[in-house]
Design a protein around this ligand. Sequence first.
Ligand code: ADP
Length: 474
Amino acid sequence: MRNYLKHYINGEWVESTGNETEDVINPATEEVIGKISLGTKEDLDKAVKAARDAFPSFSQTTKEERVEMLEKIAAEYERRKDDIVETITDELGSPLEISEKVHFMMGYNHFSQAAESLKEFSFKEDRGGHTRVKESIGVSGLITPWNFPTNQTSTKIASAFAAGSPVILKPAEQTPFAAIILAEIFDKVGVPKGVFNLVNGTGEVIGDGISSHPGIDFVSFTGSGATGEKIMKNASESIKKVALELGGKSPLIILDDADVEGAARASVSHIANNSGQVCSAGTRTLVPSSMKKEFEEAVKKVLSDYPVGDPREGNHIGPLVSKKQWDTVQSYIEKGIEEGANLLVGGPGKPEGLEKGYYVKPTVFTDVDNHMVIAQEEIFGPVQTIITYDSIEEALEIANDTIYGLAGYVYGNDPETLRKVASGIRAGRIKVNDTEADFSSPFGGYKQSGIGREWGDFGIEEYLEVKTVLGYPS
Ligand code: ADP
């Protein structure tokens, strides 16, 4: 049993001032695996004070000192690999191999990439008549979701540390243990007192408290649009800067010259990866009408290679994170049927033999109209939709007919068409064919997918203010 009833404030593990706790559940077994304390506004105030006290000296550290700190963190993070992998599998239900290759690695890449980006980063630039100086924004509040416990936290923390900004982190209640390991890592490598503070708790108390706290200068949030809206409203009362990474309903456009099996693999991977609990997942697959039948057959074949099951047994698709998420996904599957989309694979209920655990049948709807709810709303589960098109212009029109703009994907061969689609989709990240992720690239959304960018040098910029100095003595 992992019972973590303390918060990490000002370089120490301290008792919570609240008595309430929350159970953490393993979604594969539905068993309670531990609990956390739900912090109070008093705990948050203490963390804010610690971060404010740390600000003057941390913001004045040299870039070289912060590079060294980030490199030490990356090394210690790597040393804790087994704990991190096991923890993520237990609290999120992600298969061990994915916990290692995706979740663990993304966290590692953010710390090491932040060190690399920082080495190249320029905090002072002379422009003839004036000098531009970039300085730490102050104290940052970080609110993160459960779907990538180390990725979401590490990208924010690494960028803040690179910029010289002390932080208060509130991780998701469902997956708090990976964040506890991060606190242990920072403690071990000697991150200065007050530079990292972890306060566990609910969104309503600690999340809300962070977004409205006058002692916090900047809030970086990843999560749902509805919560993002509340955070922005709260932050407006003290004109706090916000960065929001919200939902998506990203298009995956298959071109008519694409290799059909490769395209089917790409489409299925978007609902298999992390059981579809990915904000940038390409969950509207746009296929040329002439390719529809062949593509559907290929999807069925590819999906049969992806068994669903126990994340400790090496299967590819694990359970969803919680009963709440399971219920939400089920209601979307039922909605799709009600709206008249046709089930190609999957459907409501649990897969056979998996009555325990929050497992969902990977589901692919075909004959989907882009105006259906299942094509417009983010489902956050293993549910794919297939929509047909007859010209590239029509494909782009459908692709952009969404409130979101987080990502876009294109699969095919003709370079000119690939370029046309890449520039035609209104979204923050476009991926052409099976290109690997580049951690120095900016990540973030257009439209209602958010505000701001994370990762690499763009991530660091978010935690900085720009000062203009006229007549700077050279
Ligand atoms: P989900 O519904 O998938 O959990 P949320 O956007 O509600 O997505 O959660 C993402 C993070 O936001 C979590 O850490 C959660 O505790 C936090 N949160 C939830 N409600 C609020 C709120 N009103 N203000 C600030 N943070 C919140």
